[in-house]
Write a protein that binds this ligand. Sequence first.
Ligand code: ADP
Ligand code: MG
Length: 307
Amino acid sequence: MSEQSGEFDFIRSLQNRVKPSRHLRLGIGDDAAILSESPPQTLVTTDMLMEGVHFLIPPATPQQVGHKALAVNLSDIAAMGGTPATAFVSVALPRARPAAFREEVFTGLQSLADQFQVALAGGDTNSWDGPFVISVTVLGIPTFPPVLRSGAKPGDWIMVTGELGGSLLGKHLTFVPRVREVLLLQESVKLHALQDISDGLSADLFHILEQSGVGARLFADRIPVSLAAIKSASEKRSPLGHALGDGEDFELLFTLSPKDGERLLNNPPFETRLSHIGEITSNPEVLLRQANGREIPLPRLGWVHSL
Ligand code: ADP
Ligand code: MG
């Protein structure tokens, strides 16, 4: 860290707000953290958010940026079927901002960490004359065998949690990562392929299809279009176009056997909406079946002019 006055106090304040955790033998305060568990396999993910590129303050608040910086990483751990355990947070703080700014960032981050019992285990703090940058790394435990993007099989159902589209109206800053849902899903069914929706349903589905060597048919009238997607709609793009193409929903997209899919719909393990939106095919193309039964090819970005 730099010699900037106040940063020692800041690190002490971070230390004080972190609760003891079973994941940690030693956390903030020494040269490195000591993790108390060393499972044979550990999930590791990292994401950096930069002011002016990924967010603006305002309209985002410092708490929301702290929340999001951790939430995107928790979503990636969930998307592997794991449980997040520890977080490492590095910040480049603008000198011109008051000390309250960093406190607010960490308040947003810590409250999400507490919600999922994730231990803030270390990081780095620097100040500069540039914009605010925050990089978070999360370590997680694969409680079950990790669920990869490559496991989709022809005949699988394609399902999604929550509702899609229009996330830029607010959800992208406030979403709750589907950490709880992924564990409950795995307790009731066997997931074949899994990922979170960060680039948009259509683009992220292509990742699963490419890595699994399969194709898909989506049912247009079953895609859960959010209220925000309806509000975002214009002449250029319909609500469905937003649900297919918009990014940053951080919902779970997964495939499983039809039998398991039916079991989930008949007996959902949580209140978060679950939708059966399509099926995996052996033919490598991606088709969208419209309500009138007509099928059209779905482009990767989900921008279909006729939608
Ligand atoms: P070093 O010079 O050894 O890297 P630092 O002064 O950077 O030590 O950090 C001191 C301690 O505070 C370390 O345990 C580090 O992990 C922790 N720390 C520093 N900044 C942060 C931060 N932004 N979030 C969490 N922990 C931090
Ligand atoms: Mg350091």
